[in-house]
Ligand binder design. Structure first.
Ligand code: URP
Ligand code: ZN
Ligand code: ZN
Length: 482
């Protein structure tokens, strides 16, 4: 036999173009792409199908330990959900609690991730930026391949103040790591929440009122300024609308290494969607919140122009009908106590394809760029991930662009009890999903084995190389004149 597997007769969609081609796989890698002859142990007939690189989701919360509400996906259920939606690589959060050793957290997280059926890498979430963490633990953790750090500018118990954010930025630059940021003005949204609750406006539908766009825009502007001052590449997570996207565009126009991510829910949901009977709106509580139709149109525009380059899920699921989930503070509890976050791993590709390609907003190569190639590049995994090319891992999605599926909780294959997309008609769906040449999803069924997924250590890469540009002739991070 010439190959382990031959995918014949499909249209290969790359980040640049699309063309009819066969794809040959051996030893878990793509070995040839083109008009191929030769024999294979297995042949997949992909006529009428798109053949695309597996989705790379660089914002996924799985198996996060919690002292409060509990996330309902571990790496077993979470990776099954990823596979079911055509995602073959996830980047998850090794999350430091206050007072904890980051090194211990990462060690424990490796154990948790062992049951994954898709490949995975880690962001390091720093909530306690002590000298011990930044100076003693971080260098070896980054060197081991954890080349991205996550910081929160809001949320009690996890947020860093500006002084701590600056220390993390400096440490990231010294150690060659990307900094990913949750940007919202903490004091403003805390105060807003207090005023709404005091006024008796406590229902889930008031959550977007408590987190107005101005709070996000200000924080995006601030983190860009700090990153510019220290010359550190950053990615702003979950850009929810026009004003924040404008800040990213302005930063990019100044030549800064500032990238923006948005999520499928910002393209599909608006603030009014939380206005549901009873407590149902809690199913759509996430931060920053859903905005307006005009914001959605602006995000599509920024995506087409390449300013917003990455679409993630921000899969952060808690169960709805559960005192450890959305009902943590009871159905009468104020929106300020509803855990933020929604499930979205399995829905990411089908919903974006439907809204984007099927409805004519973007072409298939742009889709591939947004969900696979760009995220892989941004976190230093390309071309191993995010490409259909000889030498790349054989992470492949055979995609039926015409298949219509009604989304339900069952087809999400996750650990949660709801999907925000219940009843949504997706047109465009994965038929078969391979991780390093092994089938993990086949015709509606998750068939991958727990433990097939591998940890992806990341070496330094071009995107995280600083510009070497400071506001003055002094490089404050290395304390030298440039
Ligand atoms: O609402 C959200 N996004 N929850 C998950 C944690 C985060 O902010 O990314
Ligand atoms: Zn966030
Ligand atoms: Zn998140």
């Amino acid at each position: 036999m010439d190959y382990d597997l031959l995918i014949r007769g499909g249209t290969v969609v790359s980040s640049q173009d699309m063309a009819k081609a066969d794809v040959a796989i051996s030893g878990g890698q793509i070995v040839a792409v083109g008009a191929l002859v030769g024999s294979a142990r297995e042949v997949i007939d992909a006529s009428g199908m798109f053949v695309m690189p597996g989705g790379v989701d660089t914002h996924v919360h799985l198996a996060q330990p919690s002292r409060g509400p509990e996330m309902c996906d571990d790496f077993g259920t979470g990776s099954a959900s990823a596979a079911a939606g055509g995602t073959t690589t996830v980047v998850c959060f090794a999350w430091q609690g206050k007072g904890e050793s980051l090194a211990e957290v990462v060690k424990d997280y490796h154990q948790r991730a062992r049951q994954s059926m898709v490949d995975y890498a880690f962001h390091l979430t720093i909530t306690d930026a002590t000298p011990a963490v930044l100076d003693q633990e971080l260098p070896s953790l980054v060197e081991e391949g954890n080349r991205s750090i996550k910081v929160f500018m809001t949320y009690d118990g996890v947020r860093l103040d500006d002084a701590a954010v600056i220390r993390v930025l400096a440490a990231a630059r010294r150690n060659k790591a990307l900094v990913c940021v949750h940007a919202e003005h903490h004091d403003l949204i805390s105060w807003m929440g207090e005023q709404l609750v005091a006024a008796g406006l406590t229902a889930p539908k008031y959550h977007p009122w408590g987190k107005p766009m101005i709070a996000e825009r200000e924080a995006v502007n601030r983190i860009v300024a700090l990153a510019e001052a220290l010359d550190v590449p950053i990615q702003v997570f979950h850009v929810s609308g026009k004003q924040s996207a404008e800040e990213i565009a302005r930063a990019q126009a100044r030549g800064l290494k500032v990238w923006g991510e948005t999520c499928v829910h910002y393209l599909t949901l608006v603030a009014e969607d939380l206005d549901k009977p009873g407590f149902e709106g809690a199913k759509l509580v996430f931060g920053p919140p859903a905005r307006t139709k005009a914001d959605q149109e602006a995000l599509w525009d920024y995506m087409r122009r390449g300013i917003i380059e990455v679409i993630s899920s921000d899969h952060a699921p808690t169960r709805y009908d559960d005192p450890k989930g959305k009902k943590f503070a009871g159905e009468d509890g104020p929106f300020t106590q509803i855990p933020n976050g929604i499930p979205g791993l399995a829905a990411r590709l089908p919903v974006l394809f439907t809204e984007g390609v099927t409805k004519g907003r973007i072409d298939p190569p742009t889709f591939v760029r947004l969900v696979s190639t760009n995220p892989a590049k941004l976190v230093g995994l390309h071309p191993k991930k995010g490409a259909i090319a000889p030498g790349s891992d054989a992470d492949v999605v055979v995609w039926d662009p015409k298949k219509t599926v009604t989304l339900t909780n069952a087809v999400m294959h996750h650990g949660g009890d709801y999907t925000p997309y219940e009843g949504y008609q997706a047109t465009g769906y994965p038929i078969r999903v391979l991780v390093r040449g092994v089938t993990v999803f086949d015709d509606g069924k998750v068939v991958g084995k727990a433990g097939h997924g591998k940890y992806l250590a990341r070496a330094p890469y071009e995107k995280i190389t600083p510009l070497g540009r400071f506001p003055t002739p002094f490089n404050p991070v290395d304390r030298k004149i440039v």
